[in-house]
Design a binder for this molecule. Structure first.
Ligand code: G1P
Ligand code: ZN
Length: 543
């Protein structure tokens, strides 16, 4: 059967964002939309003939439809083999590991991460390169350029693959291997962490609840926590992935994982609570009576990583996204290791990890990970926490307080204004940028602005420069306000305002976060005119 060449036309809206192409599902359902984007990816790559492509997604509605089409396009374009997770499932970190472990040419991940799924929800397609990490900007730019000029895609008119059957099948000259999505990943986790010690912790009566939010980590968490580590059955809740995530919003934050939060703050709280998002790369960590902010979690994990066998030799350096709090910087300073501040998005960590300059990375948006893969990894963070809890024999709250006593506390919050008018949001950012030169050196509500800029990143490994990564106001006492627009939203614009203030060691560490940051919140409103420009009285989500 010959290769089919199907005529197509460019779509004007296929520019990859912070994490691949993300749109409403109905947009992806438009004829040729998926095919055009996937062919544009392949047209941007060189040297993949005969090589392996990894494919998997978070199981959301349209996952299997997209996978069947991608397999046929991959075959027609000359890939030699595809590895695909059974049922079309692979968590994002799981896919990253399979790409690395099988020395694949790259991979395609189907997910809109923490956004809701279903016919009225969101869908996404992302390409990852051979190191297992998201495509760097120069590649996503090339993909975008191809989407603007594409005229045809290649495919085969052949039956679908049976994604439920483990083992090898054939699409013309290409082999398709349906793999157990969990096996390789579980193996890797056993190399990094002290499973015996964590097993002993559970055997001693330690109680945990893990909310998989009906998303992809269900099978991973059940296998690792309950089967391999002996946590009691029922430790993992909402463990079956569903195409619409059970109607939920699979974002493990205090708004969408509220039931877990309430449990952990209640009288019968277990010792440890955790959750992960749609595609398994984010994490939520809550101890009994103690929510751990992602920025603090990054700092604590970095400080304690050598307690896990995989990091026993110490860590080379830490990287965080610019809006993430500076808590981790204090750990790096004390350890005398490198610290890097990158733009938002995991793709900027890849070069630093590949060059061995950093071992642990994190973002304030509930993303933490290490050099074991090239994506953030929700379950990895949970397992490192478990390893540290088992090794230290203290509660989450004790560990957090001890950390603040040693390093000081960075009070931190993010205020999101979702689905605001895109023109208004762009105008707000433009007005801020225009004021930058006069803001530096001025006083706002009595606080001295030490510097005001739009963050530009110079990648120390490949010398590439990324500009316009967020407006920063840094005050002379070290506190900060950062404004940026989301690159992952699918409707209108999302304005993110990040607020941070440092309280030194042995200072006041028991204030309510929003109260502790109230003066900065007021300055942010005064400087940006959020209410007047967006018509919003309050943020949609506070994390
Ligand atoms: C958001 C987060 C960012 C994360 C990305 C993908 O991007 O802020 O840290 O890397 O999702 O999970 P944003 O919508 O802010 O562009
Ligand atoms: Zn995600």
């Amino acid at each position: 059967m010959p290769i089919q060449t199907i005529e197509t036309q460019p779509f004007s809206d296929q520019k990859p964002g912070t994490s691949g192409l993300r749109k409403r599902t109905e947009r992806f359902a438009v004829p040729h939309y998926v095919e055009t984007f996937v062919q544009s990816i392949f047209d941007s790559l060189e040297g993949f003939r005969g090589k392996t492509l990894v494919i998997g997604g978070d199981g959301r509605y349209f996952n299997d439809t997209a996978i069947q089409r991608i397999i046929k396009i991959a075959a027609a374009n000359g890939f030699g083999a595809v590895k695909v997770g059974q049922g079309g499932l692979l968590s994002t970190p799981g896919a990253s590991h399979v790409i690395r472990h099988s020395r694949a040419f790259g991979g395609i991940i189907l997910s809109a991460s923490h956004n809701p799924g279903g016919p009225d929800g969101d869908f996404g397609i992302k390409y990852n390169v051979g190191n297992g990490g998201p495509a760097p900007e120069k590649l996503t730019d090339a993909i975008y350029a191809h989407t603007k000029t594409i005229t045809r895609y290649l495919t085969y008119d052949v039956p679908d693959i049976d994604l439920s059957r483990l083992g090898v099948q054939q699409v013309r000259g290409m082999t398709v291997e349906v793999i157990d999505p969990v096996a390789d990943y579980a193996e890797l986790m056993q190399q990094l962490f002290d499973f015996d010690r964590i097993r002993a912790l559970f055997a001693s009566g330690f109680r945990m609840q893990f909310d998989a939010m009906h998303a992809v980590t269900g099978p991973y968490a059940t296998r690792i926590l309950e089967d391999l580590l002996g946590a009691p059955k029922g430790t993992v809740i909402n463990g079956v992935p569903l195409p619409d995530f059970g109607g939920g919003h699979p974002d493990p934050n205090l708004v969408y994982a509220k039931p877990l939060y309430d449990l952990m703050m209640g009288p019968d709280a277990p010792d440890f609570g955790a959750a992960s998002d749609g595609d398994g790369d984010r994490n939520l960590i809550i101890g009994r009576g103690r929510f751990v902010t992602p920025s603090d979690s990054l700092a604590i994990l970095a400080a304690n990583a050598p307690r896990a066998p995989g990091y026993a030799a110490g860590i080379a350096g830490i990287a965080r996204s610019m809006p993430t709090s500076a808590a981790a910087d204090r750990v790096a300073e004390k350890l005398g290791i490198e610290m890097h501040e990158t733009p938002t998005g995991w793709k900027f960590f890849g070069n630093l990890l590949d060059a061995g300059r950093v071992t642990i990375c994190g973002e304030e948006s509930a993303g933490t990970g290490s050099n074991h893969v090239r994506e953030k990894d929700g379950l990895w963070a949970v397992l490192l926490w478990l390893n540290i809890l088992a090794a230290r024999g203290e509660s989450v709250d004790d560990i957090v307080r001890d950390h603040w006593a040693t390093y000081g506390r960075n009070y931190y919050t993010r205020h999101d204004y979702d689905e605001v008018d895109a023109t208004a949001a762009t105008a707000l950012m433009a007005a801020l940028r225009e004021r930058l030169p006069t803001l530096a050196g001025s006083r706002l509500d009595g606080k001295m602005v030490a510097s005001a800029d739009d963050f530009t990143y110079l990648d120390p490994v490949d010398g590439s420069v990324s500009g316009q990564q967020g407006v920063r106001l840094i005050f002379s006492d070290g506190s900060r306000i950062v404004f940026r627009l989301s690159g992952t939203g699918t409707v209108g614009a999302t304005l993110r305002v990040y607020l941070e203030r440092y309280e030194p060691a042995h200072g006041q560490h028991d204030l309510d976060t929003q109260s502790a940051l109230a003066p900065l919140i007021a300055i942010a409103e005064a400087v940006a005119g959020i209410r007047a420009r967006t018509g919003r009285d309050a943020p949609s989500v506070i994390t």
